[in-house]
Structures are given as structure tokens and as C-alpha cells.
Write a protein that binds this ligand. Structure first.
Ligand code: GLU
Length: 287
């Protein structure tokens, strides 16, 4: 059994991360497995080295020890290029000049209850519902334009209609149709960043991850990651488990006024590591 803890250094470690880390390390301990630490710093504009340093330090303070040094997505450009090349050769990748606003303005809203998935929004999402983080399906505007695959444009992989079925260890059987949810998948953005969906799929494959354990906000991403993994040549898919999130209620995210859930802040307020872990183990998770 090989799993991973994969924080994005776009902020400090918070209680939601701790809940995830507990799920990941508990599963590894129960099944004599290993945990890899992957720093998901693919978004060069939003990630900061000081957040990474703080995350690693807080994890160590909490007692989470990974097998081996952290792997950074920002150092894996060559790996992602190599992984994408066969798809380029098969003409499955095209250049897309649409901005995020173009996509949110023209794309049809993806249905929020697709298949058995309880949360159908993609990434980034802002919790269940149809708020500002709701997912927009890419309508295929640039699909047949034949634009050159240059820097300064997005790169998308063609996603044909079809249902992906998988079993979630915590939620049972799931069905998702990525073409209906998100349409052709952005794998590299206009700024030259590899996207979360692409980098995570390449890394889970390259690192031979057998178990993906993460929050339910990523449940809707799983079908497209399975589809992408298959296109990239992965034959055996990992097991998936999506646990609930630290939220105020089933539909409301925590806000600043709900108290500090940042590990840094709790540490500074005098909490012990054990107290933070106990809080994470006892907090109610949604949905
Ligand atoms: N990097 C993602 C996050 O910070 C987690 C990705 C995953 O577990 O697939 O939420």
C-alpha cells in the first residue's frame, strides 16, 4: 500500500489538512503501507516557499513522518512534458486561447448531481452548491481551431463522452462523466503552469500510488483523473477514499469569524500537538 499527503503551499497548514493527514497516516499504519509527501506547488503564482517551509515544520511538529524527502511538482516540468508527449502525438491535445472569464461566461453549468457523486463541482470549488466556485464546462470553443501549442495559450486534452465508474472506499460506487462535468481538460494554463488535474494524475501514476485518500471536495475530480490516467497509459487505478471536510455546516465553509483553524495560530496560542490532533479527530466532518 502506498499513499501520499499532497498539500499545496498556497497557505498555512489548517485543521482540514490535519484531518486529511490523520486519514492518510492511519490508513498506511493499518495496512503496513508507506506515505509519500508531495508538495503540489504547480501554480507558481499562488505558491510560496515560506508556506512550504511552514507546512513541513507544522507536519513534523504534529508527528507526521513521510517515507523519503518531499517531491515538488515545480521541479517536475520535464516529467509532465514527457507524459503529455504521446497525447500530443495522438492529436489529443490542442491549444486554447480562452480566458477563464470566456469559459465561465459561455460554458454551460455542469449538473451538480451527476451520477452518485454527492458533490459535483470541480477544482477549485467553493463547497457544495452553485456559488462562485461552481464548475463550468468548457464548451469546446478552440477544439477545432488548430492553434499552435505555444506558450501564452492553454493546452487542453480532448475528453470524449463516457462514464467513469469507481468505488469510493467511504462512499460506495460512483459514476461520473467528465465530458459532461468539465469538457476538454486544461492540462497547462496560459501562464505555463501545469494544472492540478494533470500534475496529480501524472504523479499518482509515476509514483505508483495505490491509495488516494483526500477530502470530498475532490470527489468530482476523480472521474476525470481516471480518464486522464488511462489516456496516459495507466492500467490499474488506485483505490480512492474521500472523507468529509471541516465545515461550519453541510453547506457553509468555515470563515475567519468561526475561529482560527490554522495550526500556526493554535501553536502560538499554546496548544500542544496532541491537543491539535485530538481536535482534528473529534471535529464533525461534512458532508
Ligand atoms: N494538493 C491538493 C490540495 O491541497 C490535494 C490533491 C489530492 O490529494 O489529490 O488540496
Amino acid at each position: 500500500m502506498l499513499t501520499r499527503f499532497a498539500p499545496a503551499p498556497t497557505g498555512y497548514l489548517h485543521l482540514g489538512h490535519v484531518v486529511n493527514a490523520i486519514h492518510v497516516w492511519d490508513a498506511a499504519t493499518a495496512r503496513d503501507g508507506r506515505v509519500l509527501l508531495r508538495v503540489e506547488d504547480h501554480d507558481r503564482q499562488r505558491c510560496r516557499p515560506e508556506y512550504e517551509a511552514a507546512i513541513l515544520e507544522d507536519l513534523a511538529w504534529l508527528g507526521f513522518v513521510a517515507d523519503g524527502p518531499p517531491v515538488r511538482q515545480s521541479e517536475r516540468d520535464a516529467v509532465y512534458r514527457k507524459a503529455l508527449q504521446p497525447l500530443i502525438d495522438r492529436e489529443l491535445v490542442y491549444a486554447c486561447a480562452c480566458s477563464r472569464t470566456d469559459v465561465s461566461g459561455s460554458g454551460r453549468r455542469a449538473p451538480f448531481d451527476s451520477g452518485n457523486s454527492r458533490v459535483a463541482q470541480g477544482r477549485p470549488g467553493s463547497g457544495p452548491g452553485s456559488g462562485p466556485g461552481a464548475e463550468h464546462r468548457y464548451p469546446g470553443t478552440c477544439r477545432d481551431k488548430g492553434l499552435p501549442l505555444d506558450d501564452g495559450v492553454g493546452w487542453r486534452v480532448r475528453i470524449e463522452p463516457g462514464v467513469e465508474r469507481f468505488f469510493d472506499e467511504l462512499r460506495g460506487p460512483q459514476e461520473q462523466d467528465p465530458a459532461a462535468q468539465c469538457g476538454d481538460l486544461l492540462v497547462r494554463d496560459r501562464l505555463g503552469n501545469w494544472t492540478y488535474q494533470f500534475a496529480v494524475t501524472v504523479d499518482d501514476h509515476a509514483q505508483k500510488i495505490t491509495d488516494v485518500i483526500r477530502g470530498v471536495d475532490l470527489l468530482a475530480s476523480t472521474g476525470r483523473q481516471i480518464r486522464l490516467a488511462r489516456l496516459l497509459g495507466r492500467t490499474t487505478m488506485p483505490r480512492f477514499a474521500h472523507h468529509g471536510l471541516v465545515m461550519k455546516s453541510p453547506t457553509e465553509k468555515l470563515s475567519k469569524s468561526d475561529g482560527d483553524t490554522g495550526v500556526r495560530g493554535l501553536r502560538q496560542a499554546g496548544w500542544s500537538a496532541e491537543a491539535v490532533l485530538n481536535r482534528a479527530r473529534s471535529v464533525t466532518l461534512f458532508p
